[in-house]
Ligand binder design. Structure first.
Ligand code: ATP
Length: 574
C-alpha cells in the first residue's frame, strides 16, 4: 500500500505543487521548486501568517539580506555550534546524520542531545548499519558538521560570508535601528518571512527537510520586569500539550487542556510562550492543519538551547510521524547581549523611570598619573578594571589597597592613588537589554502538512476520485470557469464571467479542454473549491444562470450570474 506521502508527492509533481529542482541535470538533494499551484499556496499561507503575526499583532515586518558577514555568526554562536553529527559509511561513502541513525534504530528518542562519544558507543553497541547500503557503522568516527553554507563577499577570500541559517539574525543585528522605529518603546515585535539555508547532511521526506527553505519568524522584544501578554485573549484556546514530564514518564501521554489552565497549573512556564501558542493554534486550524493531528510538544531539557528557558514545538502528524512545524522559545537577553558584546553597538532600550532617581555612581579618575609609569601601555586597562570594580564592589575600596587582575597577574594598588570617588547623580532612566520571545515557523513543512491533511480519496458516480480539501483561504485557485462545449456563445459568456470574478479579486482558472468530468477531476486534484460551468441554459434562459459545483460534496446548484461574483467573494472571505 502506498503511503499518503508517496501519493501526495506524485500528485504534487503532476499538478504543479512542487518537484525536485534542476531535474534536467539529474536534480540535487534538498532543493525543490514550487510549481504554479505550490507557489500560490505557499504565497497564500505566507499572507495568512503576515495578516495574523505582523498586521493583527501590530508588529513591523522587515526584509533583510540572506548573506551576512562572518562576525554576525561568530556573535550568534552559529559558526562554532550550528552542527549536526555526521557519520560516513565505510562501504558506500554516503553521509548520514548519526543522531537520526540512532533514533531510527534504537529506543533513543533524542540522540541529538547526546555527546558524540556516546553516539559512537550506541552505534557500536547496537551494531547499527548504513541506511543506504546496510554496511556496519560500528567503529566509524562521528564528527560535528557545520550546517552553514559559506561564501566569499567580493573577490578573493578576505571577507567570508554565510547564507543565513535562520531569518532571525537579520532582525537581531538591526536591533539598534529597529528600536528607533519602535520609538524606544517596549514591547515591540519584528517579523520576517524569507529564505534560510542549511547544508543538511541527509535531506529527506521531500520538502520537509530541504537545504533551502522559507521561514516566517517573529522576534518579540519585551521588558522582562514589566511587560505581560494579553493572556485573557487566548485563555480559552483548547490545546493538546505533550509536556516534557509526560515524555519522561513511563505511561506518559498528551494532555488536553486550555492555554489558561496550562499557565495556571505551570505546565507552560513562560506566559509569553503560552500567549503565542494560543495565537498559533487557531491560525494553524484556519490554514488547514487537521487539529486531530496537531499538538504542542515541550522540548526535553537536553534538547533546549542553554539560553532558552522554555521551548515548545508545534507538531503535525504525517504518516504516523510527528514533525516539527514551528518552535516557540523564550530566549532571554542572549541574542541582543551577544551582538552588543561582539559589535560594540547599543542593543539596549532606554527605559524612562516614572520619576527621576538620585543614584550614587562610583568612578575612578583616569588621569591618575600614578597609573601611567607603573603600568606603561596598560594604563587604560587598569582604569577599566578599576571602574568595573568600583561599580560592582565598592567594599574593595574600603581598605588601604585594592586588588586588580591584569593579564593573569594580581596587583595591589594603594587606594588613594586610584582616584576613587562616589558622586550623586540624577538619572531619568536606564538602558535595559530586552528579552526575546521567538515564534519560528517553517513554511515549507507547513505547506506539506496542509496538503497531506487535505488529501482525500472517495468515489463519485462509481469512479475513484482524489481531491484536496484545502481551505478556501489558502487554495491556489478559488474557482474554475468552464464553457460546457467549444461554442463561441458559451465561450464569450464564460470569458465575461472570468473577468467579473477576477475583478472581484478571486483567483480563477479557465479550462475548455476535455470533457466536463475530466475538468472537474483536474480541479478536484488541485483543491479548487468551486467550478462554474456555462451551458446552454445559461445563454438560452431569460435569467442568466450558471452551474456552480462544490468540490467536497460535488453538489451542483444553479446561481444567477448577477450574484455570482459577490456570493463567491463572500465565501472566500469566510
Ligand atoms: P530540525 O530539528 O527538524 O532540524 P530545527 O529544530 O533545527 O529543525 P529550527 O531551527 O527551530 O529547526 O527552525 C525553525 C523551523 O524552521 C522549524 O520548525 C522547521 O519548520 C523549519 N526548518 C528547519 N530546518 C528545516 C529544513 N531543513 N527544511 C525545511 N524546514 C526547516
Amino acid at each position: 500500500d502506498e503511503s499518503t506521502s508517496e501519493q501526495l508527492v506524485e500528485l504534487a509533481k503532476r499538478r504543479g505543487y512542487f518537484f525536485q529542482s534542476s531535474g534536467a541535470y539529474g536534480g540535487v538533494g534538498g532543493f525543490y521548486t514550487f510549481g504554479p499551484q505550490g507557489a500560490s499556496l505557499k504565497g497564500n499561507v505566507e499572507d495568512a501568517w503576515r495578516d495574523r503575526f505582523a498586521v493583527a499583532e501590530g508588529n513591523m515586518e522587515i526584509d533583510a539580506p540572506t548573506i551576512m558577514p562572518e562576525p554576525v555568526f561568530e556573535a550568534s554562536g552559529h559558526l562554532d555550534g550550528f552542527d549536526d553529527m555526521l557519520v560516513e559509511c565505510p562501504e558506500c561513502g554516503e553521509s548520514h546524520r548519526a543522531d537520526h541513525v540512532v533514533e531510527d534504530n534504537t529506543e533513543y528518542e533524542d540522540a541529538e542531545s547526546l555527546p558524540i562519544p556516546e553516539v559512537e558507543e550506541v552505534i557500536a553497541e547496537h551494531q547499527l548499519v548504513c541506511p543506504s547500503c546496510g554496511a556496519g557503522l560500528a567503529g566509524q568516527a562521528v564528527e560535528a558538521f557545520n550546517l552553514m553554507f559559506a561564501t566569499n563577499i567580493g573577490p578573493g577570500d578576505s571577507q567570508p560570508g554565510y547564507l543565513r541559517p535562520e531569518t532571525a539574525q537579520g532582525i537581531f543585528v538591526e536591533f539598534p535601528r529597529l528600536k528607533e522605529y519602535a520609538r524606544n518603546q517596549l514591547p515591540f515585535g519584528v517579523t520576517q518571512i524569507g529564505r534560510a539555508y542549511r547544508n543538511e547532511i541527509s535531506p529527506r521526506r521531500s520538502i520537509i527537510r530541504t537545504r533551502e527553505f522559507t521561514q516566517a519568524e517573529l522576534e518579540y522584544f519585551v521588558d522582562p520586569e514589566e511587560d505581560e501578554p494579553d493572556l485573557e485573549s487566548v485563555a480559552d484556546v483548547e490545546v493538546t500539550l505533550y509536556p516534557a514530564s509526560e515524555q519522561n514518564a513511563e505511561d506518559g501521554d498528551e494532555i488536553e487542556t486550555t492555554i489558561g489552565d496550562a499557565v495556571e497549573e505551570g505546565v507552560i512556564s513562560s506566559p509569553w510562550v503560552a500567549y503565542f501558542l494560543g495565537v498559533a493554534k487557531p491560525w494553524y486550524d484556519a490554514v488547514g492543519v487537521d487539529m486531530d493531528r496537531f499538538r504542542f510538544r515541550q522540548h526535553l531539557s537536553g534538547e533546549r538551547a542553554h539560553y532558552a528557558s522554555d521551548c515548545w514545538d508545534a507538531e503535525g502528524e504525517i504518516d504516523g510521524n510527528w514533525i516539527e512545524l514551528a518552535g516557540f522559545a523564550y530566549r532571554g537577553d542572549y541574542d541582543l547581549s551577544k551582538h552588543a558584546e561582539h559589535s560594540g553597538d547599543r542593543f539596549t532600550v532606554f527605559k524612562q523611570y516614572d520619576e527621576p532617581k538620585t543614584v550614587e555612581r562610583a568612578t575612578v579618575d583616569p588621569d591618575m598619573s600614578y597609573l601611567g609609569p607603573e603600568f606603561g601601555g596598560a594604563a587604560q586597562d587598569v582604569v577599566e578594571e578599576l571602574e568595573a570594580l568600583a561599580g560592582r564592589d565598592r567594599s574593595a575600596f574600603d581598605g588601604d589597597t585594592v586588588a586588580i587582575d591584569l593579564e593573569g597577574e594580581t596587583h595591589d594598588l594603594p587606594v588613594e592613588k586610584t582616584g576613587f570617588s562616589v558622586e550623586e547623580q540624577t538619572e531619568a532612566g536606564e538602558h535595559i537589554v530586552p528579552h526575546v520571545v521567538e515564534p519560528s515557523f517553517g513554511v515549507d513543512r507547513l505547506v506539506y502538512t496542509v496538503l497531506h491533511h487535505a488529501y482525500r480519496e472517495d468515489e463519485v458516480d462509481g469512479e475513484e476520485r482524489t481531491y484536496l480539501d484545502l481551505e478556501p483561504e489558502v487554495a491556489p485557485t478559488f474557482v474554475g470557469v468552464f464553457p460546457l462545449q467549444n461554442d463561441a456563445e458559451l465561450e464569450a459568456q464564460a470569458d465575461e464571467i472570468l473577468d467579473d470574478l477576477r475583478a472581484e479579486g478571486l483567483s480563477v482558472t479557465y479550462d475548455d479542454s476535455g470533457n466536463i468530468g475530466r475538468r472537474y477531476r483536474r480541479q478536484d486534484e488541485v483543491g479548487t473549491p468551486f467550478c462554474v460551468t456555462v451551458d446552454y441554459e445559461t445563454v438560452e434562459d431569460e435569467e442568466t444562470t450558471v452551474t456552480v459545483r462544490e468540490r467536497d460534496t460535488t453538489d451542483q446548484k444553479r446561481l444567477p450570474v448577477e450574484d455570482l461574483a459577490e456570493t463567491l467573494a463572500e465565501i472566500r472571505e469566510g
